[in-house]
Ligand binder design. Structure first.
Ligand SMILES: Cc1cc2nc3c(=O)[nH]c(=O)nc-3n(C[C@H](O)[C@H](O)[C@H](O)COP(=O)(O)O)c2cc1C
Length: 288
């Protein structure tokens, strides 16, 4: 299943892109409206994109009364990303949601200062607040993301979303001052791919939970590698800002990359990187 990564697609302004996905994931919604951080809050670097949006969103009430009804008209399965600053914030939002595909708990935004409670505590109270599928979105910045994955699995999460951005900084070469008004931002794009592969690999081995893999996916090969590490679904993030055709392109490339390896069902590749069978490479060997 191909999704967008939270915050990387506005389905109400680009519905035709959302309809090309198997599900649309909203920007993270917090209980109260947020303006987000001061500008500049986006910076291009030679290594990826930095953003310090700061969870700008209309807040839960407006989201539920204005945005959600319009999103439902798209007729695309909806994943609602939920954020907050204490466990009860998350639980209240979960309790207010019904008739959506899944809830993604953003437990890993690097662009807000307020300290959140531990991931497992938040999942525990959310589990009590809803029967909807709960995906815990984790950060690879944690020194042992697999331990966090096990803790949220024990707390009742139904799945994992991996990975969020990593905190980074870029300086203006003329002034040597940080480019972003906030100083730091979340690094995303191709540079994240090896980090995402390692996190998905570790969490697949640590839990039996389905995983939405993301981080630097720009090609079908990237998606295939995330699936091989254990992702059941793949999400497109930063690539959507530069290539609105990425959903079809990545899907086609993924199918072709799998075919080239002789794979009939993509599901057969899930977790392939963990198995020590003979290599999938079926290219004919040319005699020297
Ligand atoms: C501009 C921007 C805004 C984002 N906003 C959110 C957000 O609101 N909630 C969230 O969980 N992740 C957010 N993310 C992180 C992405 O969902 C994704 O985890 C990350 O960008 C890695 O994927 P990528 O390298 O394909 O972009 C945002 C990323 C970007 C670039």
């Amino acid at each position: 299943m191909l999704l967008n990564a939270s915050g990387c697609l506005d389905a109400l302004t680009a519905p035709e892109i959302a309809r090309r996905l198997d599900g649309f994931v909203t920007k993270t919604i917090t209980p109260l409206p947020r303006e987000g951080n001061a500008a500049p809050r986006i910076a291009e670097t030679a290594h990826g994109m930095l953003n310090a949006i700061g969870l700008a969103n209309p807040g839960r009430e407006r989201f539920l009364s204005e945005h959600l009804p319009r999103l439902r008209e798209l007729d695309v399965p909806l994943w609602i990303s939920v954020g907050g600053f204490c466990a009860q914030d998350y639980a209240d939002s979960c309790a207010a949601l019904e008739d959506v595909e899944a809830i993604e708990l953003n437990l890993s935004c690097p662009n807000v200062d307020e300290a959140a409670e531990s991931a497992a505590e938040i999942v525990t109270v959310c589990r009590a607040a809803t029967t909807l599928p709960l995906y815990a979105k984790l950060s690879a910045a944690h020194p042992d993301v697999a331990a966090v994955a096990r803790a949220v699995a024990d707390a009742g999460a139904d799945g994992l979303s991996l990975v969020n951005t990593l905190r980074g900084m870029s300086l203006d070469p003329k002034t040597l001052a940080p480019v972003l008004a906030r100083g730091t931002g979340g690094l995303s794009g191709p540079t994240l791919k090896p980090v995402a592969l390692a996190a998905v690999h570790a969490c697949f081995a640590a839990t039996a939970l389905p995983i939405v893999g993301m981080g630097g996916v720009t090609t079908g090969q990237d998606a295939l590698e995330l699936i091989a590490c254990g992702a059941r679904h793949v999400a497109l993030g930063t690539v959507l800002f530069s290539d609105p055709d990425a959903p079809e392109r990545v899907r086609d490339e993924l199918n072709r990359a799998a075919e080239a390896l002789g794979v009939v069902h993509l599901g057969d590749v899930c977790g392939r990187a963990h198995r020590s069978e003979k290599p999938l490479d079926i290219a004919p060997k040319v005699a020297a």
